[in-house]
Design a protein around this ligand. Structure first.
Ligand SMILES: Nc1nc2c(ncn2[C@@H]2O[C@H](COP(=O)(O)OP(=O)(O)OP(=O)(O)O)[C@@H](O)[C@H]2O)c(=O)[nH]1
Ligand SMILES: [Mg+2]
Ligand SMILES: [Zn+2]
Length: 292
């Protein structure tokens, strides 16, 4: 049986790599939900084309979901690089969602603050570091991808890295800096600001070296977490982990139950109000799901 790696997805058709050669691939069955990072079983058609027959078991699958649908993003990744920037329109809930998604899959996240050349970045960096580094211990790398990404480089090595972030934060610019022959299309800020359109339309996997990959994917507006379980949600927040067992009720959902250790932590300013609001909103959403 021939195996290949999915390196680009167009939704219904794919580019698959076998050793160092790429082929156009389509799924032979109705099942077409393959994604970049998948190892697939193939049937050769000719020198340039293959059929996908099936899927090798995934180590993990990054996907987002809302009430109506879910969307797969990439599989078999070992590290998630969450790219944020003060411009065009930073959304803190988006950052929280990406972190919770990484925690839920047990994948190491790194936060990259891009566009540090912009003057607005100074106070933005302070705010992000104050909470996400000093209190939550996440790893942060600050850079201006227009100049260089040297500081990020050592963290990428030996990993399959997924770059995720809102549209226009600079994921493709970073990709091009790291892998000069990637030639990923990048877009003007004004375009993504006004039309909300994405410059990158397909997820693509690039090789940095034999055991290091970078996946650039289209920007996301929202990172829905509708697939998570309400009962384990709080454990995905590092600042809640040691508190959960201290709540009066074992099934406490940290909404308005008496003697909730998480609510107390927020009152004592040990947990950030913003993170707690995010936890509550998500809890309520996931709770409603169960009553259908
Ligand atoms: N000032 C500044 N602009 C940057 C930096 N990095 C990227 N940009 C600009 O930001 C815009 C968007 O960059 P892209 O790399 O296309 O962003 P993206 O995250 O790939 O966007 P999507 O593909 O839509 O998700 C481009 O005009 C880049 O030149 C940076 O470090 N500083
Ligand atoms: Mg892009
Ligand atoms: Zn509680």
């Amino acid at each position: 049986m021939t195996l290949g790696l999915v390196v680009k997805s167009f939704g219904y058709s794919f580019i698959v790599e076998i050793e160092n050669k790429t082929f156009k691939a389509t799924a032979k069955s109705k099942k077409t939900d393959y994604v970049v990072g998948d190892i697939v079983q193939l049937q050769m058609v000719n020198d340039t084309q293959v059929h996908i027959l099936g899927l090798q078991t995934r180590n993990n699958l990054i996907f987002r979901s809302d009430q109506n649908k879910s969307k797969i993003i990439a599989s078999n990744v070992t590290q998630i690089i969450i790219v944020i920037a003060v411009k065009p329109n930073f959304n803190i809930s988006f950052l929280n969602s990406c972190l919770i998604s990484a925690e839920s899959q047990n994948i190491h996240p790194i936060i990259v603050i891009n566009k540090i050349d912009l003057p607005e970045s100074i106070s933005f960096i302070e705010e992000i570091e104050e909470l996400y580094v000093n209190k939550l211990n996440y790893q942060i790398i600050k850079l201006s991808a227009l100049t260089e990404c040297n500081e990020l480089m050592p963290f990428l090595i030996t990993n399959r890295n997924l770059l995720i972030g809102q549209s226009g934060v600079g994921k493709s610019t970073i990709t091009n800096k790291i892998i000069p022959d990637a030639n990923a299309r990048t877009g003007a800020i004004t375009k993504s600001e006004t039309s909300g359109s994405h410059t990158t339309t397909n997820a693509t996997l690039y090789h940095l070296n034999a055991n290091t990959d970078v996946i650039d994917c289209p920007g996301l507006h929202e990172f829905g977490l509708y697939h998570l379980e309400v009962d384990t949600l709080a454990s995905l927040f590092p600042e809640c982990r040691d508190l959960i067992d201290k709540c009066k009720f074992r099934n406490c959902r940290h909404l308005n139950e008496p003697n909730c250790a998480i609510v107390s932590a927020v009152k004592n300013k040990e947990m950030s109000q913003q993170r707690f609001d995010f936890l509550q909103r998500l809890t309520q959403k996931l709770q409603n799901k169960q009553s259908y």
